[in-house]
Ligand binder design. Structure first.
Ligand code: HEC
Length: 141
């Protein structure tokens, strides 16, 4: 009897689908990416491009984007700005993270080579992924 009650409680908590920790984590990661983008812009805006700052920023942004792919479990739209369309188009959605991660890898490589043109191209390629994903998959409120 006791066993059944415990089992019942356990399955109820599974069914509740509480994704608040994933949502909080992904929103924190996006805030982190936003702050990183500002720091990257600053590093490029200086008279001499600050390659030594750009390299670790690009690397950390790459890792953050990889983690984001794991933080959109199906059904985690409630109480967040993620649109349910994400789970109807999961491959397309994930592809945007993949391309974004690639741009940060290209940026890291260009920074190591001090190749300003390639670095700027990679950064603007990254920003266009942010914008395009928000247009399709982030709700306005
Ligand atoms: C593959 C899609 C996708 C990409 C790429 C993407 N975002 Fe987002 N972003 C979202 C979604 C979806 C949300 C809403 C998440 C939520 O509310 O749980 C969001 C939310 C945010 C938020 C608000 C976080 C908060 O505190 O609620 C910021 C800031 C943000 N993104 C910045 C960025 C930046 C900067 C980039 C590029 C470097 C980026 N995003 C790339 C989909 C994306």
């Amino acid at each position: 009897m006791k066993k059944i009650a415990i089992l019942g409680l356990f399955s109820c908590s599974l069914m509740a689908n509480d994704f608040s920790s994933e949502i909080e984590q992904r929103q924190d990661n996006f805030q982190h990416l936003d702050a990183t983008a500002d720091q990257l812009d600053d590093a490029f805006d200086n008279e001499v491009v600050e390659w030594d700052k750009i390299i670790p920023l690009a690397k950390s942004a790459y890792l953050t984007v990889q983690e984001q792919k794991t933080l959109f479990p199906e059904g985690s739209a409630d109480n967040s700005r993620a649109r349910t369309k994400i789970w109807q188009q999961k491959p397309e959605f994930e592809e945007k993270f993949t391309v974004l991660a690639e741009q940060f890898q290209l940026l890291e490589k260009a920074a190591k080579n001090k190749d300003e043109q390639a670095a700027r191209e990679a950064l603007s390629g990254a920003y266009s992924q942010c914008r395009s994903c928000h247009m399709s998959y982030r709700s306005l409120w």
